[in-house]
Every structure is written in structure tokens, then in C-alpha cells.
Design a protein around this ligand. Sequence first.
Ligand SMILES: [Zn+2]
Length: 147
Amino acid sequence: MGDTSVGRLVRCHDCDLLQHVGALTSGAVARCSRCGATLFACRSQGFERAFILYLSALILLLVANTFPFLTLSVQGHNQSSHLISGAIALWHDGMWEVATAVVLFVILFPLGKILIGLSVVGPLAFGHRLPEPRQFIGCSTVCTRGR
Ligand SMILES: [Zn+2]
């Protein structure tokens, strides 16, 4: 006589109880039967949410680099400063190390992180699923391990 329960044997990360977790539907949460800790959660539209957040970050980064962050008005003379114009001014003043750091940490690294995130999450949000998560738990949406 074998085990008749459907699903995968999972160890609770809090109390180490071994239990079977079956297929989860969208929005379902598998909890430990002893301590109630979350074993798995099927969050609906997780990749779509991540894609929207990355897209929002990209828009905000473009806005932050397009509009001036400082405007001085002295005796009718207006001077506006953008993030890149500050780095250019630092470069012209001979502080190329600081200018390079400003360009890297304020513009290029955040832009690179956002673009990499979009390239990873974008295909997943538009239906290109990896086979492992669904086969692992039998869930039709994104399943995340508890905690
Ligand atoms: Zn437990």
C-alpha cells in the first residue's frame, strides 16, 4: 500500500513537520497543519505586478533625469540643474571620480537594474512560463515558498 495523498512531501520551515502539499489554485495558501506557517502561496498575477512595478520605476527614473531637481533664481537670473548636468559640472571642475560615481550610481546602475528586471519579468508576465514551478507544486500561477 503506497501513499494515496496527492502532492509533494514538504518540510515546514518552522516546526519541521513533514506533510503533503497538493496542487494549489490561484490565491491559495498552503499552511502547516501543526503551527500554521505558510508553506507555499500562489499569488495571482505576480509576474504582471512585478512587470508593472519595473515599468513604473523606469518611468520615474526617466522623469527624475528629465526634469530639473534644483532651480535657483537670483536677481532675475534662473539656473536649473539636472542630475546629468551636475555630473558634467563636476567633470569640468576636475572631480572626474565624483562625476563618474554620480553617473554610475544615479543613472546607469538603476537603469541597468530596471532593464534587466524588465527583460526577466517581461516574458514571464506575457505568458512565457518556466516549467519548474508548475510541475513542482501543480500550481497554475506563481508559487512562492513561505517566508
Ligand atoms: Zn509547522
